[in-house]
Design a protein around this ligand. Structure first.
Ligand SMILES: [Zn+2]
Length: 86
């Protein structure tokens, strides 16, 4: 039977991603690698936290900002874009 190993914590896991060893084992190249349920949850939490942070900051898209400035100055869009490429 093909062994499965979590590529994150290096613990062996069963076919549904439940860790079946409590300690990491050396990386087995013949095993199929994935992410175990424990690491999957941690990863998901990190992603959700990142998403929340981004939602709070809500940066103004640069393109919209510069386009507004260019239109104010009646500059040709492409010229303006080149002039403003940092
Ligand atoms: Zn894991």
């Amino acid at each position: 039977m093909m062994q499965r190993q979590c590529a994150w914590c290096l613990r062996l896991m069963d076919s549904i991603g439940e860790p079946i060893s409590s300690i990491p084992v050396p990386k087995m190249y013949e095993a199929s690698h994935g992410i175990c349920r424990v690491c999957g949850n941690l990863w998901l939490e990190a992603v959700l936290q990142d998403t929340e942070k981004q939602a709070v900051v809500q940066p103004v898209p640069v393109e919209v900002d510069t386009r507004g400035i260019c239109q104010e100055k009646n500059a040709e869009w492409q010229t303006c874009l080149e002039a403003r490429s940092f």
